[in-house]
Design a protein around this ligand. Sequence first.
Ligand SMILES: [Zn+2]
Ligand SMILES: [Zn+2]
Length: 289
Amino acid sequence: MPIGAHVGVAGGYAEAVDYAVSAGCECMQVFGKSPRQWQAKPIDPAVAEAFRERLTAAGMGPVLLHTAYLINLGSSDDGLWERSHRALADELMRAEILGASFVVTHTGTRFKDAPERTAARIAEGVDRAWAEAGVTGVRLLLENTAAAGSTFGDGPDELGAVLHLLDGARPYAGVCLDTCHAHAAGWDLARGPVWQELLDGFERCCGTPVEAVHANDCLFGAGMHKDRHAWIGDGTIGYEGFAHLFADGRLDGVPVIIEMPGEVPVKDAENVSRLKRLRDASAGPSSHV
Ligand SMILES: [Zn+2]
Ligand SMILES: [Zn+2]
């Protein structure tokens, strides 16, 4: 499992690769534009080309693009919903230009007027975005949430419901597991059997294995619905919990990305190295850290 970090691109895309290498990343995640804005100018093809060249030169594993936080495909507001599927289409096109393998998105909030229609509303938005983007080289991963407030996509059941309702986008769509979100939503990932349950659930409900992991420890306890990331081993999932991430063969080869609060560059180098130690330990005769 390649291990990497979410890396800022304010200093340039190619430069972000250099930073990722310096932090020990084997794969990386970026934003395709400011995550808190609807609009941004297109990515300059020369910038994208320099990024792709730098990735190749560095031997960097898969790149993930995380979409803007404004996207809400479950919104009851038709105007916001339209903006959301167009924004998702734009992110998909940015990912293709950048050579990213995966686009990771949150699905949005529950459809206010009729919550039971949320999955269908989101699926329709995803299909529209996919058709609008006309991309072929990226996979679109729906990320689970912390089950806080009115967000949709708490876990395997809800994400699976969306995936099964997809039409054109269905063959290209899957799931990204955020460990902090799952833990906050009620799966106590400090415990090995819960990892099994959760991965079983994704397979059963989504019909596809988990294709990417956001490995974040959790500041608050399991089931508290508080999405506050902690450094690996410093939260309520802990080292023992993250050891299970590397113990399940179903996740072999899946990119693992940390999304850590704190100052660069120490946070990324330190958390990447903590995960690498757990991965190395799981490959040895003893998996206890
Ligand atoms: Zn996310
Ligand atoms: Zn995440």
